[in-house]
Design a protein around this ligand. Structure first.
Ligand code: SAM
Length: 323
């Protein structure tokens, strides 16, 4: 299938856990082991030969290895110095980028790859509340973020939708990362094993059941974003899916913008400006600026799983959140 063909070409991405090491140290360590480091990142990443690696051209904390490189037993992975995470799933934390000492919420956090990424970018300062509905997955988040050396995370078992936005403990929360359950239609390669989402689509599913399922998912995704908007100090809200369906991506963005004049899309200049593939303009009624503000990845062309990221910011003219 096309998915299988795409999966073969996907390089192995290694995120350097800056709680425990630095990009330079990790590069040195792999070179010492006999890996060949390419100083100038090649235009075409799939040309990376066996035992060859380079820095990612878009994300500063990411290294790129040849497809099929297996580092699951590597000492640097076992020690938590590196994290095996697909490139596109590293986008949301970079787009959110809470500064030091910020308060943040990761609403659908488990197993916690993006939470530990946020924690690293915040240099273990401030506070991140990490919610998840699934207690088994939340236990895994605790283990993984512990191993990664994160000290600014408070894991909370429960539905984000039940969290009271006006609870004084969240009064200073400005940053939100929303990565709710999705169809997973973008996933061609489960690089980080227990990745996101519920089950993959079954080829035999009829169009009717598929539409109904996507409608249920998008209603849920919209409710998660709407809930984040209710927090009085929410100012940067990042939404992501590992889906390629417009129903879970651009259409969700349109639905929440229509209902909330307090929030707009952050401009391209603060949303991975050098990443070329943007949203589908046809889904924004030809509004190129909105399409340009969001990010897509295409597994057949971008050497990463299919993914979508949008970032909402409180419009400067609006008053603080609705009570
Ligand atoms: N962000 C995670 C990561 O990068 O490791 C992956 C999150 S996965 C796509 C979606 C998660 O949302 C699942 O773990 C699921 O249990 C959780 N979830 C579903 N409904 C939820 C709700 N109402 N509140 C909080 N979490 C929820």
């Amino acid at each position: 299938s096309q998915k299988a063909k795409d999966a073969v070409l996907i390089p192995r991405y290694v995120r350097v856990n800056t709680h425990k090491s630095t990009v330079d140290k990790i590069i040195k360590s792999f070179k010492k082991e006999g890996y060949n480091f390419i100083e100038d990142t090649p235009e075409d990443l799939k040309e990376l030969g066996k035992k060859t690696f380079c820095q990612d051209p878009h994300l500063s904390d990411l290294l790129v290895f040849a497809p099929k490189t297996d580092l699951h037993n590597h000492p640097l992975y076992v020690s938590g110095d590196i994290i095996l995470q697909d490139k596109a799933s590293c986008f949301p934390a970079h787009v959110c980028y809470p500064p030091k000492d910020a308060h943040a919420i990761d609403a659908c956090a488990a197993p916690g790859n993006k939470t530990s990424h946020l924690s690293a970018l915040m240099q273990n300062t401030g506070k991140i509340w990490a919610f998840d509905l699934d207690s088994r997955r939340l236990e895994l988040l605790k283990r993984m973020t512990g191993k990664a050396g994160c000290k600014n995370i408070s894991p909370v078992h429960g539905s984000f939708l039940e969290v009271d936005p006006n609870d004084p403990q969240y009064a200073k929360v400005e940053y939100f990362l929303l990565d709710p359950s999705c169809s997973g239609s973008g996933i061609v390669s489960r690089l980080d094993h227990l990745v996101d989402n519920d089950d993959e689509e079954n080829e035999s599913t009829t169009d009717n059941t598929k539409d109904e399922r996507l409608k249920n998912l998008s209603d849920f995704q919209i409710s998660i974003i709407q809930h984040a908007f209710k927090f009085p100090n929410a100012k940067r809200v990042v939404y992501s899916t590992c889906s390629i369906h417009p129903q879970e991506n651009e259409q969700v963005v349109n639905a929440v913008l229509k209902d909330n004049s307090d929030f707009t899309l952050a401009p391209r200049s603060s949303v991975l400006p050098t990443w070329k593939r943007r949203g589908l303009a046809s889904e924004f009624n030809g509004n190129d600026q909105d399409a340009d503000a969001v990010v897509r990845t295409d597994p057949s062309h971008d050497l990463t799983n299919g993914f979508f990221v949008a970032c909402f910011v409180r419009s400067s003219s609006s008053s603080k959140g609705k009570k």
